[in-house]
Structure formats: structure tokens, C-alpha cells
Design a protein around this ligand. Sequence first.
Ligand SMILES: NC(=O)c1ccc[n+]([C@@H]2O[C@H](COP(=O)([O-])OP(=O)(O)OC[C@H]3O[C@@H](n4cnc5c(N)ncnc54)[C@H](OP(=O)(O)O)[C@@H]3O)[C@@H](O)[C@H]2O)c1
Length: 210
Amino acid sequence: MQIGIVGAGSVGSALAKRWAAAGHRILLSYSRDPLKLGSVAHSAGPQAQVGSPREAVAFGEVVVLAVPWGAVDDALTQMGSLAGKLLCSTVNALKPDFSGLEIGTTTSAAEWIAERAVGATVVEALPLNAEILHAPSPLFGEVTPSMFYCGDAAEAKAVVAGLMAEAGMEPVDAGALVRARLVEPAGLLVAQLGYGLGVGPNVALKVLRR
Ligand SMILES: NC(=O)c1ccc[n+]([C@@H]2O[C@H](COP(=O)([O-])OP(=O)(O)OC[C@H]3O[C@@H](n4cnc5c(N)ncnc54)[C@H](OP(=O)(O)O)[C@@H]3O)[C@@H](O)[C@H]2O)c1
């Protein structure tokens, strides 16, 4: 599959590496430092190339938005039309100091993005813990960490779930996109727990069933 990634930070670079290793073709975009973009793509291997956000949209059968909340508006502007695209958002509306969410519980970053990404099908995937995806294995012992995905289109959700499983997470269907109002605070909780415990983002959720 061809995947366009907008944002080459912790999340974008981790997904690029894992998906390239799984055989997908990646176009990475959106850094203020073109050299960094090139070196991130290089470390993902020959399956990865760099381009502009607009090129990532044109390239991607799936387009991943992995930028900080404060950069979403600019990134969407640079991406151009998303009509007909599957947009996977990993965005959480975190305050820069992780102390809370800029928006949440009565709406969500995913819904905000879906309103602006006219014509796109938006699926959210969170909490997608970049640190554990950068590790040689994302497993905690023998346990695969869970992440939630939510959206309003079954087919698009299945594609995102498949990709997240390939990246090393257990995707858990959290329901419609409106559930992002719960998923995003869960992401904040994981981040705060990690930093509170002094292990940084190296902590994850596991959904148990019986
Ligand atoms: N990290 C995680 O474990 C994690 C987990 C769950 C959710 N998330 C969410 O996923 C999204 C991406 O997180 P991340 O940790 O990958 O972020 P990050 O490491 O800060 O990466 C942000 C990317 O956006 C680029 N960018 C371009 N213009 C920017 C601007 N004006 N301001 C800020 N960044 C700009 C950065 O490029 P340069 O810095 O190279 O210029 C970088 O490639 C966020 O919404 C975050 O809340 C992250």
C-alpha cells in the first residue's frame, strides 16, 4: 500500500519505519528542516521517500496526519484537498506541557479535523505510543499493547486497523468518530501516567476481554 505521512516526528517516523519494514511504500512530509525529513526517510529504508504535504496526499491510499495540535491548521492548509481520501489522524489536542487538552469531551481533535478535511473519511488511531514503536519490539513481555481506533466508515476503519496491527499494536474498535471524545483523554492519561511514573511515553494500555 502507498502511505502518505504528514509529520515526521516521533509518531510519523515510527510508523514510517514499521510500515516500510512491512513492505509498504511511504512518502514522508512536513518538517521545518528538510535535512531531518531526508534522514528520517533514509532510516526507514528504500521504501520511503520525501515530499510536500500535498504530494503525501496525492501519493497516499492512506494519508496519516501526525502533527502537534498547534500545527494542524497549517498542515491541513498545506495538504490541500482531501476529497475522497482516507485520513488517519493520530492527533491529540494536547497542551504543549501535556497538562490537559486544548479541546475535548464535548468535541474532539478528530471531529475538528473531520470538519475541515472536507470529503475525507477520517479514522482516529490513539493512543499510538511512538516510543514503543521505536523500540526493537513493541511488546511488553509477551503482551501486545492496545490502541483505539474510531471512525464512521467500516471499510476505512478496517484498513487503519490492519495497518496499526502491522505496526505492532492491537487495534481495538472504539466505535464511531464521536468516541474520539473519550479516546483522546485516554491518550492524555497514558502520557501523564508515563511522565508521572518517570518512564516517559514508555507505558501503554491493554484491553482485556473474557
Ligand atoms: N508521541 C507520541 O507517542 C504520541 C502518542 C499519541 C498521540 N500523539 C499525537 O500525534 C501527533 C504527533 O506527535 P509527535 O509526538 O509525532 O510530534 P512531534 O514529534 O513533535 O512531530 C511533529 C512533526 O510535525 C512537524 N512540524 C512541521 N511544522 C511544525 C510546526 N509549525 N510546529 C510543530 N511541528 C511542526 C515537525 O517537524 P520538525 O520538528 O522537524 O520541524 C515534526 O515532523 C500529536 O498530535 C500528538 O499529540 C503522539
